[in-house]
Write a protein that binds this ligand. Sequence first.
Ligand code: AMP
Length: 431
Amino acid sequence: MSNLGAITAVKGFRDVLPAESRHWRRLEDVAEKVFGRYGFGEIRLPLVERTELFARSLGDTTDIVEKEMYSFVDREETALTLRPEATAGVVRAYLESGLVQRDPTARLYYRGPMFRRERPQRGRYRQFYQIGAEVFGRDDALADAELLVMLTRYLAEVGARATRLELNSVGDRTCRPLYRERLRAFGLAELAALCPDCHRRLERNPLRILDCKVEGCQRVLARAPVMLDSLCDACRTHLEEVRALLEQEAVSYAMNPRLVRGLDYYCRTAFEVVGARLGAQNAVGGGGRYDGLVAALGGPDVPGLGFALGLERLAMVTGEPEVAAAGPLADILPLGDRAVGPALALATRLRDQGIEVALEPAGRSLKALLRAADRRGARLALILGDEELQAGRITVRDLDRHEDRRQALGLDVPGPELARTLHALTMESSA
Ligand code: AMP
């Protein structure tokens, strides 16, 4: 046989091990709880959609559609894509399921993996996870403010302290075209100082130059006209109403007139949650209003708004959970093969009572088994050797106090009593 090397994960794809997934689950559980108070129900979406859905919703001049999608043609020659984000899928489901008629102001939240073929680096992966929320059928500023209050409450509850909320308005169908032309004119006047990518953006979608990460471009763009100065009256009023409501609720935020969202369908309210200590990939999440999207995907002219948070980055700004996972209450130690059956019976009886117990394989010395129990952080060792089997008793050893309680437990004691006794023993030892 040839000596095959170990197979590794694909670049940009990673594993989430229990210590980390415990943290993630907490972030998800708090989302379920907090979002629930605001009337959001969970939607579970397919990971695969028709490529056309993203081409139509994201716009074909975005980085995502231009170069980051995992697209393939399946055996039936259907063009499919691993979802790079979930808003398009939520809108498709909202239309396809008939929610648009039954519950036009539906509030949906989702969580799960997204796929983008970006250059991997710290905080940036090719499969990453998002928690997001979408509100349909509301064009009033109250809906924007409510969503932002919920977002800040969520961030506070998960302990994401070193973050700030940045807000902007990116205008609408009335005023953005005028701004786009102002920006194009500015860019053309500064052409020599802009990167080749920006030259291309100026032709196809000038707003995207504001997103450019190249330092030379950033310097030029610091002088570029901003959307805030070009808002039409309706957009200006909407923004003022959102701000007044946020101020009423003492939501702290900063206006960032240079904030644009990477996706074409955003209008009016745009926002980002920025992590203070995250380095280059500092956006924890973002969102905004997308009033034209539902219509662009073949539905009626229904407004919408939402946000998405990156779970990896949220985990970075919230730190590890307060307590590491506690070890099992007891570790069952069968010394010889004869103890295997009784050990499993004992473990099952305790687990049926809702108690976490570990179960060691038989055939090692008592010393080795006790070391194993210690490593697991078990409070009690339940020893089953020949002597114990003969007497029909379990030797219980308190691993904190190193104390045998040989007489404490009969092997055939029913589960509930067994559970009560073990709990009582650990209470005594921590008293
Ligand atoms: P977006 O959908 O691009 O607005 O992204 C929303 C959030 O998802 C970002 O603020 C990040 O926290 C997260 N995110 C986006 N792309 C990635 C990625 N490649 N790796 C990790 N997190 C990401």
